[in-house]
Design a protein around this ligand. Structure first.
Ligand SMILES: CC(C)(COP(=O)(O)OP(=O)(O)OC[C@H]1O[C@@H](n2cnc3c(N)ncnc32)[C@H](O)[C@@H]1OP(=O)(O)O)[C@@H](O)C(=O)NCCC(=O)NCCS
Length: 344
Protein backbone atom coordinates (compact mmCIF):
# COMPACT_ATOMS: atom_id res chain seq x y z
CA UNK A 1 0.00 0.00 0.00
CA UNK A 2 1.44 3.34 -1.10
CA UNK A 3 1.99 5.81 1.77
CA UNK A 4 -0.24 8.85 1.12
CA UNK A 5 2.77 11.21 1.39
CA UNK A 6 4.27 9.63 -1.76
CA UNK A 7 1.07 9.51 -3.83
CA UNK A 8 0.68 11.60 -6.97
CA UNK A 9 -2.58 12.81 -8.42
CA UNK A 10 -3.70 11.22 -11.67
CA UNK A 11 -2.79 14.35 -13.63
CA UNK A 12 0.71 14.44 -12.09
CA UNK A 13 1.13 10.77 -12.95
CA UNK A 14 0.07 11.38 -16.54
CA UNK A 15 2.48 14.34 -16.65
CA UNK A 16 5.36 12.03 -15.66
CA UNK A 17 4.49 9.56 -18.44
CA UNK A 18 4.12 12.48 -20.80
CA UNK A 19 7.60 13.84 -19.92
CA UNK A 20 9.37 10.48 -20.15
CA UNK A 21 8.02 9.77 -23.63
CA UNK A 22 8.93 6.12 -23.10
CA UNK A 23 6.50 3.49 -21.81
CA UNK A 24 7.21 -0.06 -20.76
CA UNK A 25 4.20 -2.24 -21.45
CA UNK A 26 3.82 -5.69 -19.93
CA UNK A 27 1.11 -8.26 -20.40
CA UNK A 28 0.44 -11.97 -20.64
CA UNK A 29 0.33 -13.69 -24.05
CA UNK A 30 -0.27 -17.30 -25.12
CA UNK A 31 3.50 -17.84 -24.85
CA UNK A 32 3.94 -16.27 -21.44
CA UNK A 33 4.67 -12.77 -20.12
CA UNK A 34 5.75 -10.14 -22.65
CA UNK A 35 7.44 -6.81 -21.90
CA UNK A 36 8.05 -4.16 -24.53
CA UNK A 37 9.48 -0.63 -24.41
CA UNK A 38 7.91 1.87 -26.79
CA UNK A 39 8.06 5.57 -27.60
CA UNK A 40 4.83 6.81 -26.12
CA UNK A 41 2.75 9.92 -25.79
CA UNK A 42 -0.19 10.93 -23.64
CA UNK A 43 -2.91 12.01 -26.01
CA UNK A 44 -6.41 12.93 -24.92
CA UNK A 45 -5.87 11.11 -21.60
CA UNK A 46 -4.81 7.91 -23.38
CA UNK A 47 -1.38 6.28 -23.41
CA UNK A 48 -0.55 5.95 -27.09
CA UNK A 49 2.25 4.38 -29.08
CA UNK A 50 2.94 3.21 -32.59
CA UNK A 51 4.97 0.59 -34.42
CA UNK A 52 5.11 -1.72 -37.40
CA UNK A 53 1.86 -3.59 -37.97
CA UNK A 54 3.53 -6.91 -37.16
CA UNK A 55 5.67 -8.38 -34.41
CA UNK A 56 5.15 -9.70 -30.93
CA UNK A 57 3.72 -6.57 -29.34
CA UNK A 58 0.57 -7.02 -31.42
CA UNK A 59 -0.07 -10.11 -29.30
CA UNK A 60 -0.91 -7.72 -26.49
CA UNK A 61 -3.72 -6.01 -28.40
CA UNK A 62 -7.03 -6.55 -26.64
CA UNK A 63 -5.30 -7.75 -23.50
CA UNK A 64 -5.01 -6.29 -20.04
CA UNK A 65 -1.55 -4.72 -19.65
CA UNK A 66 0.46 -2.69 -17.19
CA UNK A 67 2.33 0.39 -18.33
CA UNK A 68 5.30 1.74 -16.38
CA UNK A 69 7.41 4.85 -16.65
CA UNK A 70 9.78 6.61 -14.29
CA UNK A 71 12.08 9.57 -13.80
CA UNK A 72 15.17 9.28 -11.62
CA UNK A 73 15.46 12.59 -9.77
CA UNK A 74 18.79 11.83 -8.06
CA UNK A 75 20.83 9.02 -6.63
CA UNK A 76 21.81 10.15 -3.13
CA UNK A 77 25.01 8.53 -1.88
CA UNK A 78 25.36 7.36 1.69
CA UNK A 79 28.09 9.93 2.41
CA UNK A 80 25.58 12.77 2.12
CA UNK A 81 24.16 11.45 5.39
CA UNK A 82 26.75 9.30 7.14
CA UNK A 83 30.54 9.07 6.86
CA UNK A 84 30.73 5.30 7.38
CA UNK A 85 27.48 3.46 6.95
CA UNK A 86 26.37 2.56 3.42
CA UNK A 87 22.74 2.15 4.49
CA UNK A 88 21.50 5.74 3.89
CA UNK A 89 22.25 5.52 0.12
CA UNK A 90 18.97 6.01 -1.68
CA UNK A 91 17.31 7.15 -4.89
CA UNK A 92 14.72 9.86 -5.24
CA UNK A 93 12.40 9.21 -8.17
CA UNK A 94 8.94 9.44 -9.64
CA UNK A 95 7.36 6.25 -10.90
CA UNK A 96 4.02 5.61 -12.52
CA UNK A 97 2.04 2.44 -13.15
CA UNK A 98 -1.13 2.31 -15.21
CA UNK A 99 -3.52 -0.53 -15.94
CA UNK A 100 -5.71 -0.88 -18.99
CA UNK A 101 -6.37 -2.70 -22.23
CA UNK A 102 -4.48 -2.07 -25.45
CA UNK A 103 -6.81 -1.07 -28.24
CA UNK A 104 -5.90 -0.80 -31.89
CA UNK A 105 -6.70 2.67 -33.23
CA UNK A 106 -8.45 2.21 -36.57
CA UNK A 107 -9.84 5.69 -37.15
CA UNK A 108 -7.43 7.55 -39.48
CA UNK A 109 -8.04 10.96 -37.91
CA UNK A 110 -7.14 9.69 -34.42
CA UNK A 111 -4.18 7.77 -35.83
CA UNK A 112 -2.87 10.92 -37.49
CA UNK A 113 -3.42 12.92 -34.28
CA UNK A 114 -1.44 10.37 -32.23
CA UNK A 115 1.41 10.30 -34.76
CA UNK A 116 1.50 14.11 -34.78
CA UNK A 117 1.51 14.15 -30.94
CA UNK A 118 4.46 11.73 -30.97
CA UNK A 119 6.29 14.05 -33.36
CA UNK A 120 5.57 17.08 -31.19
CA UNK A 121 6.99 15.28 -28.17
CA UNK A 122 10.09 13.79 -29.76
CA UNK A 123 10.76 16.49 -32.33
CA UNK A 124 9.58 19.71 -30.67
CA UNK A 125 11.46 21.84 -33.17
CA UNK A 126 8.93 20.76 -35.84
CA UNK A 127 10.63 21.03 -39.25
CA UNK A 128 8.19 18.62 -40.86
CA UNK A 129 4.79 18.92 -42.47
CA UNK A 130 2.18 18.35 -39.72
CA UNK A 131 0.63 14.89 -39.92
CA UNK A 132 -3.04 15.03 -40.86
CA UNK A 133 -5.36 12.27 -41.98
CA UNK A 134 -6.09 13.84 -45.36
CA UNK A 135 -2.51 14.68 -46.36
CA UNK A 136 -1.39 12.41 -49.27
CA UNK A 137 2.18 12.70 -47.95
CA UNK A 138 1.18 10.57 -44.97
CA UNK A 139 -1.53 8.33 -46.44
CA UNK A 140 0.68 5.22 -46.62
CA UNK A 141 2.22 5.78 -43.20
CA UNK A 142 -1.15 6.22 -41.52
CA UNK A 143 -2.58 3.12 -43.18
CA UNK A 144 0.54 1.02 -42.71
CA UNK A 145 1.47 1.74 -39.11
CA UNK A 146 -0.04 0.18 -36.04
CA UNK A 147 -1.23 2.73 -33.46
CA UNK A 148 -2.21 1.43 -30.06
CA UNK A 149 -3.78 3.20 -27.13
CA UNK A 150 -4.56 2.38 -23.55
CA UNK A 151 -7.19 4.32 -21.67
CA UNK A 152 -6.02 3.75 -18.11
CA UNK A 153 -8.72 2.38 -15.85
CA UNK A 154 -6.35 2.83 -12.93
CA UNK A 155 -3.18 4.90 -12.60
CA UNK A 156 -0.84 5.12 -9.64
CA UNK A 157 2.08 7.51 -9.27
CA UNK A 158 4.72 7.60 -6.57
CA UNK A 159 7.02 10.57 -6.00
CA UNK A 160 9.73 9.48 -3.59
CA UNK A 161 11.46 12.73 -2.73
CA UNK A 162 12.14 12.25 0.97
CA UNK A 163 8.65 13.27 2.12
CA UNK A 164 8.92 10.77 4.99
CA UNK A 165 12.27 12.15 6.16
CA UNK A 166 12.92 14.74 8.84
CA UNK A 167 14.06 18.30 8.17
CA UNK A 168 17.69 17.49 9.11
CA UNK A 169 17.90 14.67 6.54
CA UNK A 170 16.40 16.85 3.82
CA UNK A 171 18.81 19.66 4.69
CA UNK A 172 21.71 17.21 4.27
CA UNK A 173 20.29 15.97 0.98
CA UNK A 174 20.01 19.54 -0.37
CA UNK A 175 23.50 20.51 0.85
CA UNK A 176 24.93 17.31 -0.59
CA UNK A 177 23.31 17.88 -3.99
CA UNK A 178 24.65 21.45 -4.12
CA UNK A 179 28.14 20.34 -3.09
CA UNK A 180 28.22 17.41 -5.51
CA UNK A 181 26.65 19.42 -8.33
CA UNK A 182 26.45 16.54 -10.82
CA UNK A 183 24.17 16.97 -13.87
CA UNK A 184 20.58 16.98 -12.65
CA UNK A 185 21.50 17.66 -9.01
CA UNK A 186 20.30 21.26 -8.99
CA UNK A 187 17.01 20.32 -10.65
CA UNK A 188 16.77 17.65 -7.93
CA UNK A 189 17.19 20.37 -5.27
CA UNK A 190 14.21 22.14 -6.79
CA UNK A 191 12.13 18.95 -6.98
CA UNK A 192 12.87 18.00 -3.37
CA UNK A 193 12.07 21.50 -2.13
CA UNK A 194 8.82 21.57 -4.07
CA UNK A 195 7.88 18.26 -2.45
CA UNK A 196 8.56 19.81 0.98
CA UNK A 197 7.04 23.28 0.86
CA UNK A 198 6.87 23.49 4.66
CA UNK A 199 10.52 22.66 5.29
CA UNK A 200 13.07 25.37 6.10
CA UNK A 201 15.05 26.79 3.19
CA UNK A 202 18.80 26.07 3.46
CA UNK A 203 20.59 29.18 4.65
CA UNK A 204 22.80 29.26 1.54
CA UNK A 205 19.65 29.77 -0.57
CA UNK A 206 18.56 32.80 1.46
CA UNK A 207 19.56 36.34 0.49
CA UNK A 208 19.04 39.85 1.80
CA UNK A 209 15.69 41.71 1.63
CA UNK A 210 13.83 38.44 2.17
CA UNK A 211 14.77 36.84 -1.16
CA UNK A 212 15.24 33.14 -1.81
CA UNK A 213 17.64 32.03 -4.52
CA UNK A 214 16.49 29.43 -7.04
CA UNK A 215 19.50 27.51 -8.30
CA UNK A 216 17.64 25.58 -10.99
CA UNK A 217 15.48 28.13 -12.75
CA UNK A 218 13.80 26.98 -15.94
CA UNK A 219 11.07 27.98 -18.35
CA UNK A 220 8.98 29.08 -15.38
CA UNK A 221 11.36 31.96 -14.63
CA UNK A 222 12.81 32.77 -18.02
CA UNK A 223 10.31 35.43 -19.09
CA UNK A 224 10.79 37.32 -15.82
CA UNK A 225 14.58 37.18 -16.26
CA UNK A 226 14.28 38.44 -19.84
CA UNK A 227 12.06 41.31 -18.65
CA UNK A 228 14.73 42.38 -16.12
CA UNK A 229 17.48 42.18 -18.75
CA UNK A 230 15.82 43.69 -21.80
CA UNK A 231 17.13 47.18 -22.39
CA UNK A 232 20.26 46.82 -20.20
CA UNK A 233 23.08 48.41 -22.17
CA UNK A 234 24.81 45.12 -23.01
CA UNK A 235 21.56 43.70 -24.39
CA UNK A 236 20.79 46.61 -26.67
CA UNK A 237 20.00 45.18 -30.08
CA UNK A 238 19.80 41.62 -28.71
CA UNK A 239 16.42 40.07 -29.43
CA UNK A 240 14.52 38.78 -26.38
CA UNK A 241 14.43 35.27 -27.90
CA UNK A 242 18.25 35.20 -27.77
CA UNK A 243 18.30 36.30 -24.12
CA UNK A 244 15.71 33.60 -23.38
CA UNK A 245 17.65 30.85 -25.19
CA UNK A 246 20.93 31.95 -23.58
CA UNK A 247 19.43 31.48 -20.14
CA UNK A 248 17.85 28.12 -20.86
CA UNK A 249 21.17 26.90 -22.30
CA UNK A 250 23.40 28.28 -19.54
CA UNK A 251 24.99 25.66 -17.30
CA UNK A 252 24.84 28.12 -14.39
CA UNK A 253 21.87 30.38 -13.84
CA UNK A 254 20.34 31.58 -10.61
CA UNK A 255 17.48 33.92 -9.84
CA UNK A 256 16.26 35.59 -6.66
CA UNK A 257 12.58 35.57 -5.76
CA UNK A 258 11.03 37.97 -3.29
CA UNK A 259 8.64 36.63 -0.61
CA UNK A 260 5.74 36.96 -3.07
CA UNK A 261 7.57 34.72 -5.55
CA UNK A 262 8.42 37.47 -8.04
CA UNK A 263 11.79 37.16 -9.77
CA UNK A 264 13.74 40.26 -8.69
CA UNK A 265 17.31 39.44 -9.76
CA UNK A 266 19.11 37.11 -12.14
CA UNK A 267 22.67 36.13 -13.05
CA UNK A 268 24.18 33.41 -15.21
CA UNK A 269 27.52 32.00 -16.29
CA UNK A 270 28.94 29.62 -18.86
CA UNK A 271 32.14 27.68 -18.53
CA UNK A 272 34.09 24.46 -18.76
CA UNK A 273 34.28 23.54 -15.03
CA UNK A 274 38.06 23.76 -15.06
CA UNK A 275 39.77 26.63 -16.87
CA UNK A 276 37.25 29.33 -17.45
CA UNK A 277 33.82 30.63 -16.56
CA UNK A 278 32.27 33.81 -17.92
CA UNK A 279 29.64 35.69 -15.95
CA UNK A 280 26.83 37.32 -17.95
CA UNK A 281 23.52 39.07 -17.53
CA UNK A 282 23.70 40.19 -13.89
CA UNK A 283 20.82 42.42 -12.90
CA UNK A 284 18.88 43.38 -9.79
CA UNK A 285 15.42 44.98 -9.86
CA UNK A 286 16.06 48.75 -9.55
CA UNK A 287 13.77 48.96 -6.50
CA UNK A 288 16.01 46.57 -4.56
CA UNK A 289 19.46 47.82 -5.55
CA UNK A 290 22.01 48.90 -2.96
CA UNK A 291 20.83 46.41 -0.33
CA UNK A 292 23.36 43.64 -0.81
CA UNK A 293 21.29 41.48 -3.16
CA UNK A 294 23.65 41.77 -6.15
CA UNK A 295 26.65 40.84 -4.03
CA UNK A 296 24.86 37.84 -2.47
CA UNK A 297 23.65 36.63 -5.87
CA UNK A 298 27.02 36.87 -7.62
CA UNK A 299 28.64 35.34 -4.50
CA UNK A 300 26.32 32.33 -4.85
CA UNK A 301 26.95 32.17 -8.61
CA UNK A 302 30.70 31.94 -7.91
CA UNK A 303 29.95 28.93 -5.65
CA UNK A 304 27.78 27.31 -8.34
CA UNK A 305 29.00 23.81 -9.25
CA UNK A 306 29.56 24.87 -12.88
CA UNK A 307 31.58 27.95 -11.87
CA UNK A 308 33.48 27.16 -8.67
CA UNK A 309 35.98 24.82 -10.38
CA UNK A 310 37.07 27.40 -12.95
CA UNK A 311 40.58 28.76 -12.59
CA UNK A 312 39.52 32.08 -14.09
CA UNK A 313 36.17 33.80 -13.92
CA UNK A 314 35.81 36.61 -16.43
CA UNK A 315 33.21 39.28 -17.10
CA UNK A 316 32.87 42.60 -18.82
CA UNK A 317 31.34 45.67 -17.28
CA UNK A 318 31.06 49.26 -18.40
CA UNK A 319 30.43 50.89 -15.03
CA UNK A 320 30.10 48.32 -12.22
CA UNK A 321 33.83 47.77 -11.59
CA UNK A 322 33.43 48.81 -7.95
CA UNK A 323 30.70 46.21 -7.44
CA UNK A 324 32.85 43.38 -8.81
CA UNK A 325 36.06 44.58 -7.10
CA UNK A 326 34.34 43.88 -3.80
CA UNK A 327 33.79 40.30 -5.02
CA UNK A 328 37.49 39.80 -5.80
CA UNK A 329 37.57 40.79 -9.48
CA UNK A 330 40.26 43.04 -10.94
CA UNK A 331 41.16 44.29 -14.46
CA UNK A 332 42.27 41.27 -16.47
CA UNK A 333 43.85 42.16 -19.81
CA UNK A 334 44.24 45.25 -21.87
CA UNK A 335 41.40 45.54 -24.36
CA UNK A 336 43.43 44.76 -27.46
CA UNK A 337 44.18 41.28 -26.11
CA UNK A 338 40.50 40.44 -25.85
CA UNK A 339 39.01 39.81 -29.29
CA UNK A 340 35.45 39.07 -30.24
CA UNK A 341 33.30 38.24 -33.23
CA UNK A 342 29.62 39.12 -33.39
CA UNK A 343 27.00 37.57 -35.62
CA UNK A 344 23.96 39.82 -36.01
C1 LIG B 1 25.29 46.18 -10.49
C2 LIG B 1 24.14 45.59 -9.70
C3 LIG B 1 23.89 44.15 -10.13
C4 LIG B 1 24.50 45.63 -8.21
O1 LIG B 1 23.46 45.05 -7.46
P1 LIG B 1 23.09 45.65 -6.04
O2 LIG B 1 22.15 44.72 -5.37
O3 LIG B 1 22.62 47.05 -6.21
O4 LIG B 1 24.50 45.65 -5.33
P2 LIG B 1 24.82 45.47 -3.78
O5 LIG B 1 23.81 46.22 -2.98
O6 LIG B 1 24.98 44.04 -3.48
O7 LIG B 1 26.22 46.19 -3.70
C5 LIG B 1 27.40 45.59 -3.20
C6 LIG B 1 28.48 46.62 -3.15
O8 LIG B 1 28.79 47.06 -4.50
C7 LIG B 1 28.58 48.45 -4.63
N1 LIG B 1 28.00 48.71 -5.92
C8 LIG B 1 26.79 48.35 -6.33
N2 LIG B 1 26.61 48.74 -7.61
C9 LIG B 1 27.74 49.35 -7.99
C10 LIG B 1 28.17 49.96 -9.20
N3 LIG B 1 27.38 50.01 -10.28
N4 LIG B 1 29.41 50.50 -9.23
C11 LIG B 1 30.21 50.45 -8.16
N5 LIG B 1 29.86 49.88 -6.98
C12 LIG B 1 28.63 49.34 -6.90
C13 LIG B 1 27.64 48.82 -3.50
O9 LIG B 1 27.77 50.17 -3.13
C14 LIG B 1 28.06 47.88 -2.40
O10 LIG B 1 29.24 48.39 -1.80
P3 LIG B 1 29.51 48.29 -0.24
O11 LIG B 1 29.81 46.86 0.03
O12 LIG B 1 30.71 49.16 -0.01
O13 LIG B 1 28.28 48.75 0.46
C15 LIG B 1 22.82 46.41 -9.86
O14 LIG B 1 23.10 47.74 -9.51
C16 LIG B 1 22.26 46.38 -11.25
O15 LIG B 1 21.43 45.54 -11.55
N6 LIG B 1 22.67 47.31 -12.11
C17 LIG B 1 22.20 47.40 -13.47
C18 LIG B 1 22.72 46.26 -14.26
C19 LIG B 1 24.22 46.15 -14.24
O16 LIG B 1 24.93 47.13 -14.37
N7 LIG B 1 24.70 44.90 -14.08
C20 LIG B 1 26.10 44.60 -14.09
C21 LIG B 1 26.58 44.53 -15.47
S1 LIG B 1 28.12 43.75 -15.60
Amino acid sequence: MLKPCFAMSESEALAVLSRTGVFRIAGMTEDGPLLRTVDGVVHDGMLCFHGADRGTKLELVGREVMVAGEEVVAHLPSWFFDERRACPATTYYRSVYAWGTIERVADRVTKAAVLQALMEHHQPEGRHQPITADDPLYANAIDGLFVGCIRPRRIEGKAKLGQHKGAATIARALDGLWQRGAPGDLAAIRAVREAHPGRPTPTWMLGPVGVTFEVAPDGREVEAAVALLEGQYWNEGVEPRRIRSAHLASPAWIVARDPAGTVVATARAVGDDAKIAIVYDVVVDPALRGRGLGRAMVGLLLQHPRVRGARRVLLRTRDAQGFYTRLGFSPYVSSNELLGRTTS
